[in-house]
Design a protein around this ligand. Sequence first.
Ligand code: NAD
Length: 540
Amino acid sequence: MDQDSNNNSLDKVRSHLQRECFNKLFIGGKFVEPIEREKLPTYYPATGELLHEFPRGKANDIYAAISAAERAWAEGTWAAMSAANRAEIVAKMAQGIEDNKEMLAEIEAADVGKPFRQAAMTLGGAANEGKYWCSLGKALDKEQDLPVNSGGGKGGLPPAEWNVVYRRDPIGVVGLISAWNYPLNVAFRKVCPALIAGNCAILKPSEIAGLSCMFIGKLAQDAGIPPGVFNIVTGDRDAGVALTMSPSVSMISFTGSSITGSKVMEACAPKLSQVALELGGKSALVVFDDTDLDKAVETTMKGFLTNGGQICTAHTRLIVQDNFKQPLLNRLKEELEKLPFCANPITEKNRGDRAWEDGKTDVVQPVVCDSQHKKILGFLDDAKAAGVEILTGGGVPDEKVVGHSGGYFIQPTVLVNVGQETDVWQKEVFGPVLSVRSFSSEDEAVLEANSTKFGLASTVMSSDPAKAMRVANRIRAGAVYATSTGEGILAEHPAVSRGGFGCSGVGRELGIGGLHEYTELKSVNYTGFSLADAKIESVG
Ligand code: NAD
């Protein structure tokens, strides 16, 4: 890579980051300095250079944000509005993402190390998803005071003299803790439903790469969200812990690793507050021998290399039918060894994962930071020590191949004949590493797919629809793709609820069910007068 082009593009991102919203916390509707005035650094993954220093909010800043949210909650204006009216305001925030997509994509490219092209695509997705959430505002309003009119079974209806209805109330002050791999998408997926449901929220983005999330504060201010209804405190684990432990916070919506998810649940247990946990995965790609070879290779690559393997649904376990294994692995090795590295993600406008959908080349991005880089290499060292065979990759690419030094690059790696008990089969590596096993029967394929404690997503590939359906129905995962082409793998639609089985999560996000996660269901039983009379009185 040309060093000047690298410097110029980084300087451009640094100039975006001069804006107030990227340098302060957002509390009570204002941008404020953290109480202890400390900062945290973030580095450009492609070169390891310092990108930016952002505020390190600590427990006292979290408490200030919680107080602001409590005041807004006690005042009650936001919760008293209709969900449709709240959604109209949130829709301005979604539009703000679309309007600032280019700047935000440059920031995410520099912060996460993902190709600009991919960042711009996913940020467009966040804006669209925001619009979808806003469309649910009216749906939520329609659910208020709906009569309980079906129960099923004998005696399924309440007594005729009851006028019993359901309502969906907001929960109160909620904490939103997010991960770094798709920073703004993950955060906005929490902010939209939390606010539309009528809660007051505090967002704590990831300290590893969360700069784009800070812009949500500016969007909230511009959209006219009342002070205290939405707050952002950047910081590390300590800020997250303070948020989860606070007795004033009635729900934590968390996206991150399963290990941290269990700590969040533990912190919420004494106060019995609600939790929604979107956690890690170790997704399986099951390939039968009647699959088209080209499609199988393409799907395998997409499955484990999207976002550099740093996606919760990454298909990092390939389970291939015995007689199809060698042809698939031969082609996979050939294709992977041709892939170029992404020397400067900020300027990578044409290549990037899913680029093949437009007939363009894929490219291997760096992993997000030094500690992740070391962690992934540690997994590979342990695998080598355990005698696992490396088909391709297995370490750090030569600087000459990348084009410069200092970045957190890892070769796309395929491990074969992996033992079921090894860490590379059982644990989430969160990098460009694929582990391969094979099967001889349908039953064995299912056993292999279900052989970890995770259950986030999985795919079955076959040209036989009945077989694909039988296997899909037996796989234990929150989202299963059954496909002859690989089309749609990893795809999400905001109307389709998703979440994890087992150690991959608690609760579901997206869809109307995802909005309900941020509400409490309440029944109100009117007797002695009609509901219609009550409505007239309360309006009067
Ligand atoms: P992480 O668990 O290390 O951190 C997530 C967030 O939790 C960060 O904001 C962090 O500061 C905070 N945190 C850390 N310790 C805490 C504690 N004890 N109490 C409260 N907060 C704490 O995860 P990560 O490395 O940021 O993200 C990667 C993980 O996220 C992967 O496991 C990935 O699979 C998962 N993920 C899941 C989904 C999903 O939808 N299921 C989506 C994206 C990422």
